[in-house]
Design a protein. Structure first.
Length: 113
């Protein structure tokens, strides 16, 4: 059976909806190709997701002895994390809610047979 390597990024300060746009770019790609794509993507979430994939790749090389050329982004997803609720003053002295959303990103790398 193929080896699965997992890495997680918790409480990333970007909404899950925006993070999924970046995550969808690299799903199913080879790790080296995914890192190249993310280094050229101008979204805020691209840099932390790139670091997460690089970390999982390094874990696979060091702990399991898997070559980086044999790794594929098997599964990657962004889930919603906690939402911080703030209040801002609006017209006529009313409060307006400010929702500061965050997300959890999980990547699973797998060795190509």
């Amino acid at each position: 059976m193929a080896q699965e390597i997992t890495a997680k990024l918790s409480n990333f300060r970007e909404s899950a909806q925006k993070t999924r746009l970046v995550v969808d770019l690299v799903r199913g790609k080879k790790v080296t190709e995914a890192l190249d794509i993310l280094s050229l993507t101008p979204k805020k979430a691209a840099k932390p997701v790139r670091k997460l994939i690089y970390s999982a790749m390094s874990n696979a090389e060091e702990n399991f002895g898997v070559s980086r050329d044999d790794l594929v982004v098997y599964r990657i997803f962004a889930d919603e994390a906690r939402t911080r609720k703030w209040r801002e003053f609006g017209a006529r002295g009313r409060f307006k809610p400010l929702l500061r959303r965050s997300s959890h990103v999980t990547v699973v790398l797998r060795e190509v047979e």
